[in-house]
Design a protein around this ligand. Structure first.
Ligand code: TNX
Length: 535
């Protein structure tokens, strides 16, 4: 579907060298900056004619949701509100159908701008591109004469937010959704539970929020989403053409569940390295029945051979299925260090089957990939490195042999919680960190896991774990600009299939977005690897 048409478009004319090295600064005496679109579109041609000039008489015509998204974007960026009548020049927004899902075409010339989407999502993405094309020309605002045909490479383009290690309120999540959607990302994976806290109200299991939600890493305050909060997030995401993928991490990362249901939890498995860290940092080791405030992983487990565990999973995923319109429910499955291999396999096969029986597609971290009995078509999320180690690629391939696809989240490239080489004192560094913007960019999805190509890849997702992140500012400074590298891996043609898919081109195009991001209130890290445009 998408993928085949996306390739056809990619093979079409792509403006080559001049754009690939485009810079936000004036080019060869030209006062109009070259169009800098991120993620790189499948095909873009710069026309020679005069640009479209915006002024107070410019009108927006067409599809109402896209028109209001564009009005908001125009106003944030230029301060101009579109005219409601008169005979000013027109920006036309239409859904025309026919193309690949989420695709759009955009043409701008002196007389008009037209954006057509194959569907509402495609039109929304065309509007985001238009927002990036807006440029200052002296005191005026222009859209350069250009012709773009664009479609995503992968259907699933995600970000993950860990709201368990630190809780993040609805307004923070909505801001992150809006900012991520501007880069054509279409899935928000919410990591809703971990050792440190449970974050979602469920009527079937009220003890979870009553007894296991009030704490967070370092003794910071916890919190949880009410059913109304969750609905608000889901609806806001949908208005930005984004699905929500809720994750309840099991069988490990479940210490908090044990605060509410001690009968379901095994005793924590304490390793020597955990003892050493606790001794060195003065931190406490996990103890049954006491909130865990540290950042060790893998010590907790649900009881694998107790039917009550599966009653619990059925209640939790059953209720979440009813609250979540998107097709995916994530069961976790990572880092179950204290759980025997065959117990782990039994657990993930049973819980994936519970989810499949609810009519949803299970997603699991890659560890679950070689568990026999996994529900057919379970999606695997690979978090190993760009060059796999420790057989993590074998595990990932297991999902594909089982009829599923993969989401790629290579930790040494797009774990957005890795420290920057220079930057804020936030983040971790275990995944070969610190992680530069260039490292976040310089990888190609189809070469990560030998034997796995585009047809086996559902998409790309950039996780953001929140052990060290307490606020929207913290989140956005870690995410932006590296999130744009993940968006380009997820949306744009493969490396080598477009002249735009180089670090130098990306670096220049992202730098050109600085003023737009500032107008949108995105608190990006002004990484020294990038020459940021100023106005
Ligand atoms: C690994 S990789 C985790 C999380 C941590 C994260 C910190 C994976 C699936 N799990 O539990 O929060 O590292 O970077």
């Amino acid at each position: 579907m998408n993928r085949r048409r996306g390739r056809a478009i990619a093979a079409a004319t792509v403006l080559a060298a001049s754009l690939a090295g485009c810079s936000p600064a004036a080019q060869n005496g030209d006062t109009v900056p070259l169009p800098a679109v991120v993620p790189a579109p499948a095909a873009i041609e710069q026309a020679t004619g005069a640009p479209f000039r915006l002024d107070a008489s410019t009108r927006i015509e067409g599809e109402a949701d896209a028109a209001s998204a564009l009005s908001a974007l125009l106003e944030a960026r230029t301060g101009l509100a579109p005219a409601t009548g008169g005979d000013g020049a027109v920006i036309a927004l239409r859904i025309e159908g026919g193309g690949p899902a989420e695709s759009y075409a955009l043409t701008a010339d002196e007389a008009s701008v037209t954006v057509t989407g194959a569907d509402a999502a495609g039109l929304f993405y065309g509007v985001q591109t238009l927002g990036q094309l807006l440029a200052r020309d002296g005191d005026a605002w222009v859209v350069p004469a250009v012709s773009i045909e664009d479609a995503p490479r992968f259907a699933y383009r995600g970000v993950m937010l860990d709201v368990a290690r630190h809780f993040h309120p609805v307004e923070t999540v909505k801001a992150y959704i809006g900012h991520a959607a501007s880069l054509k990302l279409n899935a928000l994976h919410l990591h809703l539970s971990d050792d440190q806290g449970w974050r979602i109200e469920l009527h079937s299991r009220p003890e979870l929020t009553a007894l296991a939600s009030s704490t967070a890493v370092g003794g910071d305050p916890g919190g949880f989403y009410t059913k109304d909060d969750y609905r608000e997030i889901v609806e806001y995401a949908a208005s930005r053409h984004m699905i929500v993928v809720p994750e309840i991490d099991m069988p490990s990362h479940t210490h908090a569940i044990g605060l509410a249901y001690p009968e379901l939890a095994e005793e924590p498995v304490i390793t020597d390295p955990m003892r050493e860290t606790a001794a060195a940092t003065g931190g406490a080791l996990p103890e049954s029945g006491t909130p865990y405030l540290g950042i060790e992983v893998g010590f907790s487990s649900l009881k694998i051979h107790d039917e009550a565990t599966y009653d619990f999973a059925a209640d939790v995923f059953g209720e979440l299925a009813g609250m979540t319109p998107g097709p995916y429910l994530h069961l976790g499955g990572d880092e179950a260090h204290g759980t025997a291999e065959e117990d782990f396999a039994l657990f993930v096969s049973r819980v994936s089957t519970i989810i499949a029986d609810l009519g949803k597609t299970p997603v699991a971290w890659h560890e679950a990939g070689d568990a026999g009995g996994l529900a057919g078509a379970t999606v695997g999320q690979y978090w190993g490195y760009v060059t796999p180690t420790d057989g993590m690629d074998d595990r990932a391939r297991g999902f594909v042999s089982n009829g599923g696809q993969l989401i790629l989240s290579p930790a040494d490239a797009i774990y957005l919680d890795m420290k920057y080489p220079t930057g804020p004192d936030l983040g971790l560094s275990w995944a070969n960190g610190p992680t530069s913007v260039q490292r976040a960019y310089d990888w190609e999805p189809s070469t990560v896991i030998p034997g796995i190509d585009d047809a086996d890849i559902l998409g790309v997702e950039a996780p953001l774990w929140s052990e060290t992140l307490r606020s929207l500012d913290d989140i956005e400074t870690m995410a932006f600009p590296r999130i744009a590298a993940a968006a380009e891996a997820a949306w744009s043609p493969a490396t080598g299939a477009s002249d735009l898919r180089t670090w130098e081109s990306f670096r220049a195009r992202v730098g050109a977005l600085g003023p737009l991001w500032t107008s949108l209130g995105i608190g990006f890290h002004p990484s020294g690897e990038i020459d940021w445009a100023t106005e």
